[in-house]
Design a protein around this ligand. Structure first.
Ligand code: OGA
Ligand code: MN
Length: 282
């Protein structure tokens, strides 16, 4: 197995391993690299759905984003190959994911990991980018660190979708039920590595103790600062690529593309640990 770090503070490309027939020793090497680099790219794996699910389950129990589905499509095509309605809640949320975010922070447990596998990708655009919130925390000046040390924000998908002009209706999608809105500290200490990281993203809003304007302005300022080189890394997808990332310490976003072209990915999401990924108000 070969692990090649990117030029950024996060991310590495892993070759010389077959994710369809992974053994325990290989997994241990992958897991160690994952804690170090936070995002691992595995080119041209063409991973089967069962192996994709099994890879996620090596990390922990999975979230089911659709009833009884451990792997879900992230796709602008329906099962029959026809285009999804660009005004549908489903597509509006995919488009919303062009904003920096961490998966499931709006759920009672925010996600531990996500693993995305590309099937059909557009010729241009449609990359995914990740930003290193550990390095972002390390780079904060001490005044900002002190200012945010005891702050928290609410996380909601209704909020983030409304901000991009989508009035999401209750029950329309995963994350749009009437669960309580979790409150999460702006600094998250990683439960395994113990490294502190900024914990922000598009679902974050309404910092208790700040008015709406102060809250928005602080969160925007932190995101703009955090998501800058050398802390950002982009992957241009080829069919068969697999990327696994640690939602506890990175933000990610999709990049735009020509939506008339098919883009079909499969997503497996590993649930957070109730000891470290629950809201502080639950
Ligand atoms: C996701 C996600 C981005 C993309 O799968 O959680 O945000 O580029 N995907 O599809
Ligand atoms: Mn996502």
């Amino acid at each position: 197995m070969n692990i090649e770090p990117t030029q950024a503070t996060l991310g590495a490309t892993v070759t010389g391993v077959n994710l369809n027939s992974l053994n325990d020793d290989q997994w241990q090497a992958i897991e160690a690299a994952w804690y170090q680099y936070a995002v691992l790219v595995f080119p041209a794996q063409h991973i089967e759905e069962n192996a994709h699910i099994a890879l996620g389950e090596r990390i922990g129990p999975l979230e089911e984003l659709m009833t009884n589905r451990k792997a879900v499509p992230i796709s602008n095509r329906k099962a029959d190959g026809s285009s999804v309605d660009l005004s549908s809640d489903h597509f509006q949320i995919l488009k919303g994911n062009e904003g920096w975010h961490t998966d499931s922070t709006y759920m009672p447990l925010s996600a531990r990991a996500s693993i995305l596998a590309a099937d059909v990708v557009p010729e241009e655009g449609g990359q995914t980018e990740w930003a290193d919130m550990r390095a972002a925390f390390d780079a904060l000046d001490s005044a900002t660190r002190e200012k945010i040390a005891d702050l928290a924000a609410h996380h909601s998908l209704y909020y983030s979708q409304a901000k991009v002009g989508h009035k999401a209706s209750s029950g329309a999608s995963y994350g749009l039920s009437d669960q309580d809105v979790p409150l999460r500290p702006l600094i998250k200490v990683h439960p395994v590595t113990q490294r502190p990281a900024l914990f922000i993203g598009r679902h974050a809003h309404a910092i208790p103790g700040s008015n709406e304007e102060e809250s928005e302005s602080l969160l925007t300022q932190l995101t703009d600062f955090a998501c800058q080189p050398p802390r950002v890394f982009a992957h241009s997808w080829r069919p068969g690529d697999v990327v696994m990332w640690d939602n506890r310490c990175v933000l990610h976003r999709a990049r735009p593309y020509d939506y008339s072209q098919p883009r079909t990915m499969r997503h497996v999401r590993v649930a957070g640990d109730p000891r470290s990924e629950a809201g502080i108000n639950s």
